[in-house]
Write a protein that binds this ligand. Structure first.
Ligand SMILES: *Cc1c(COP(=O)(O)O)cnc(C)c1O
Length: 375
C-alpha cells in the first residue's frame, strides 16, 4: 500500500492553508504506560500534565458509573442540567454558557467563530500552546508579545493590537509559567481594547488561586461585551480524562458558539460527572488545599537546593535546571518521575512539575537532589 508519508509537496496537501502546514502538534505529557514499557519501571509518578493528584470527587465518579447504563443513548446535546447548575453558580443566564469537549474545544470554537486568514491573534510569549495552535489552524497570523518577568505584559499586548486583530488570548494564571495578572491590570487592559476585539480570559486554574486581587472575570461580562471567560473541569475538579470545560460570554456570542459546535460535543459521562462535582464543594476544597500545601513543600525543597523557579499561583511550578534541562528530564524518567519539558514554550532551561500528593512531591525532590550535583 502506498502512503505518502511526509509528502507535503504533492498536490492535495499543498491545498492546505500554510498555517496548518507549519503547525507543530501539541505535545502532551508522557503517558505512564509508555514509560513503563520503555524502561520496565513500576511505581511511576506522573507530574507532567497538571492533573489533580487527588482525582475526581467520589460523587462525580459514582455519577459517571451510573451513566454507563445509558451508553447507547446520545448525550443531552444542550447539557441542560449542567448548564443550569453553572448558571446558578456564576449568577449568569444559561444562555451565556457554551459547553465544550474540554475548554480547548471552546478555545477552538472561538477562533473558528471570529478569525480567518486575514486576521491577527495576540497572545503572550510563554503562553499556553493551544493559542498559537488554534490561530494557525485558521490561517491567521499569531502575534506573540514578549513576556515581562515571564508573565503577560498586558500594556504591551494592548499596544500590539492592530486593525487586523480579532482576538486576544490571556491565560490567567498562565500555563506553563503559573504567572497571573491582577484585577486592576486586567480591567485596564479591557478598557483599552476596542470593542470589536474579542478578549478571552482563560481561567483553567482559577480554583487554585489564593490571591486577594485575583479577579473572577465572569462577574465583568455585563461591562465588557467582547469578553469571553473559559473554565475547565480538567484541573481542580480532576476530570481531565472525561474532557469537559465551558465558556461564559454574552448570550449573543454564546448563541453563535453553540451554532458552530458539534451537536453532541460533550459526552454523557462528562455531563453527569461535572454536575456531581459542582455539588461536592468539600472535595474541591480538599483538592485546592492539597495543592496549597504542595506548592509550599515544593518551593521549600527548591529553596533548600538553591533551585530557581517562577512564582506560581497554579498547580505546577517551572523550575530552572542548571545545565541541560533535557538531561535532567531524562534522568527523572529513569527515577520513574515524569515532568514536562517546556523548551517549546521558549523556556529551554526550565522544567515544569505538577504539584502532587505529599509523598509524590517528596519523591520528586529526592530524585532531583540525586540528579543535580551540589544540591
Ligand atoms: C489545562 C489547560 C486548559 C484546559 O484544557 P481542557 O481542554 O479543559 O482540558 C486550558 N487552558 C490552559 C492554560 C490549561 O493549562
Amino acid at each position: 500500500m502506498q502512503c505518502l508519508v511526509g509528502a507535503m509537496t504533492c498536490e492535495p496537501l499543498s491545498l492546505v492553508n500554510e498555517g496548518v502546514r507549519g503547525l507543530t502538534p501539541y505535545q502532551p505529557g508522557k503517558p505512564i504506560e509508555e514509560l513503563e514499557r520503555e524502561l520496565g519501571l513500576s511505581h511511576i509518578i506522573k507530574l507532567a500534565s497538571n492533573e489533580s493528584p487527588l482525582g475526581p470527587s467520589p460523587k462525580a465518579r459514582a455519577m459517571a458509573l451510573v451513566g454507563l447504563d445509558e451508553l447507547s443513548r446520545y448525550p443531552d446535546g444542550s447539557g441542560t442540567d449542567l448548564r443550569a447548575a453553572l448558571a446558578d453558580i456564576h449568577a449568569v443566564a444559561g444562555e451565556c454558557l457554551t459547553l465544550g469537549n474540554g475548554s480547548n474545544d471552546v478555545l477552538e470554537l472561538i477562533a473558528r467563530l471570529f478569525v480567518s486568514s486575514e486576521h491577527e491573534v495576540v497572545f503572550a510569549e510563554h503562553a499556553f500552546a493551544v493559542y498559537p495552535l488554534v490561530t494557525r489552524a485558521m490561517g491567521a497570523r499569531a502575534v506573540e508579545v514578549p513576556a515581562r518577568d515571564r508573565g503577560h505584559d498586558l500594556a504591551a499586548m494592548a499596544d500590539a493590537i492592530s486593525e487586523r486583530t480579532r482576538l486576544v488570548f490571556i491565560a490567567n494564571p498562565n500555563n506553563p509559567t503559573g504567572t497571573w495578572n491582577d484585577a486592576e491590570a486586567l480591567e485596564d487592559f479591557l478598557s483599552a481594547v476596542p470593542e470589536d476585539v474579542i478578549v478571552v480570559v482563560d481561567q483553567a486554574y482559577a480554583e487554585y488561586v489564593d490571591e486577594p486581587n485575583y479577579p473572577d472575570c465572569i462577574t465583568w461580562l455585563a461591562r465588557y461585551p467582547n469578553l469571553i471567560v473559559t473554565r475547565t473541569f480538567s484541573k481542580a475538579h480532576g476530570l481531565a480524562g472525561l474532557r469537559i470545560g465551558y465558556g461564559v460570554s454574552s448570550a449573543g456570542i454564546a448563541d453563535l458558539l453553540n451554532r458552530v459546535r458539534q451537536p453532541f460535543n460533550v459526552n454523557s459521562l462528562a455531563l453527569a460527572a461535572a454536575h456531581a462535582s459542582l455539588e461536592d464543594d468539600e472535595h474541591l476544597q480538599r483538592s485546592t488545599g492539597i495543592n496549597r500545601s504542595g506548592l509550599v513543600q515544593l518551593r521549600a525543597g527548591f529553596d533548600a537546593m538553591g533551585i530557581e523557579y517562577i512564582p506560581s499561583v497554579a498547580n505546577f511550578l517551572c523550575f530552572a535546571v542548571p545545565g541541560d534541562a533535557g538531561d535532567v528530564y531524562t534522568a527523572l524518567l529513569h527515577e520513574g518521575i515524569i515532568v514536562r519539558p517546556v523548551a517549546s514554550y521558549g523556556l529551554p532551561r526550565h522544567l515544569r512539575v505538577t504539584v502532587g500528593l505529599e509523598d509524590e512531591n517528596t519523591r520528586f525532590l529526592e530524585a532531583l537532589k540525586k540528579i543535580i550535583p551540589g544540591t
